[in-house]
Design a protein. Structure first.
Length: 318
């Protein structure tokens, strides 16, 4: 049977059922109770849930995460859950470099010595030592040592670089820190020859000391010691330039004895037995390194009177 033929039949069946129902006696309906009043809070709650459901339905689909979360770690049975460990990564991995500050240390200055007068440079600290060089006036040298009393200075020999000698502090000026200089033990002095006192009783030893100025003129200074048994009262000095074979001076004194090389004639009038003093003879502007000779006569009385003795001393002009 087709669907079109079923439709009229269905309609007639429904009408028959309604007619039968009208003739049926149903029990009386129970009385209807008045409607229960719903609280306002429930109405608001229902409205909020309805709105949330609508927003959820209308929300755009949630995008899947791009990162995969690590699996959850189950806590051990019967123990505390593990404490997560965080690793600190510093922003700067370079270790700072600390540069130590070096304290300033001053460099010590080597002392220097300058000659105020032409000064001999000797093998030891004293006129009894052999002369091996000279420090001329205004000349400067480095100082490397001193004697125990700081009266003689150990320097590089200006006349022979690479060797060393001693100069006297009385005719020089030292600059710099000399306290730190080492104290050198000088070589033993040369043996003193046995002095035989002649019949005159006049005996002495003589040595050249250096060239110094007196009243603007140059003089050669000698150290003399009375080894005899009589006082010496007068002196005669004759100085010759052996290089040029000329006489530089010839002088006699009744009071020739000086207390130092910084003194000028005249001086004291006698030299006691066993005492030492200085005597001087004029040489003028003699060229350096000329060979000179001094003939010295000492007498027991003034004006070259009484007993006398003579000695010659050879030296090089400073």
């Amino acid at each position: 049977m087709s669907k079109q033929n079923l439709r009229p039949f269905t309609a007639f069946a429904l009408l028959a059922l309604v007619s039968l129902a009208c003739g049926v006696n149903f029990p009386a309906a129970a009385p209807v109770s008045p409607p229960t009043q719903v609280p306002v809070e429930m109405i608001y709650t229902a409205a909020a849930e309805t709105l949330a459901a609508q927003l959820t339905q209308n929300a755009p689909p949630e995008l899947p995460p791009t990162a995969t979360l690590p699996p959850e770690v189950e806590p051990p049975q019967g123990g505390e859950p593990p404490v997560p460990t965080f690793t600190f990564t510093p922003l700067f991995s370079e270790t700072p470099t600390v540069t130590a500050t070096i304290p300033f240390t001053p460099t010590p200055t080597q002392p220097t010595i300058t000659a105020q007068q032409n000064t001999n440079c000797r093998k030891g600290p004293g006129p009894i030592y052999e002369r091996v060089g000279a420090l001329n006036i205004g000349q400067t040298a480095l100082v490397y040592g001193r004697n125990s009393t700081s009266t003689w200075w150990y320097i590089e020999n200006p006349s022979r670089p690479g060797s060393y000698c001693w100069v006297w502090g009385g005719s020089t000026t030292v600059s710099g820190a000399t306290v730190e200089l080492p104290v050198y033990t000088p070589p033993p002095p040369p043996a003193t020859p046995t002095t035989t006192v002649p019949a005159s009783g006049i005996a002495f030893e003589i040595s050249f000391v250096g060239k110094f100025k007196c009243s603007g003129d140059w003089y050669a200074y000698f150290r003399v010691k009375n080894n005899g048994n009589k006082e010496i009262e007068s002196v005669a000095i004759k100085i010759t330039n052996v290089t040029t074979n000329t006489t530089l001076s010839s002088t006699s004194y009744d009071n020739p004895f000086l207390s130092g090389t910084g003194k000028c004639p005249p001086g004291n009038d006698n030299l006691d037995v066993g005492e030492s003093a200085y005597i001087a003879g004029f040489i003028g502007n003699v060229p350096a390194n000329n060979q000179l000779k001094a003939g010295i006569t000492l007498c027991e009385d003034e004006a070259l009177g009484g007993k006398c003795e003579f000695k010659a001393v050879r030296f090089v002009a400073p």
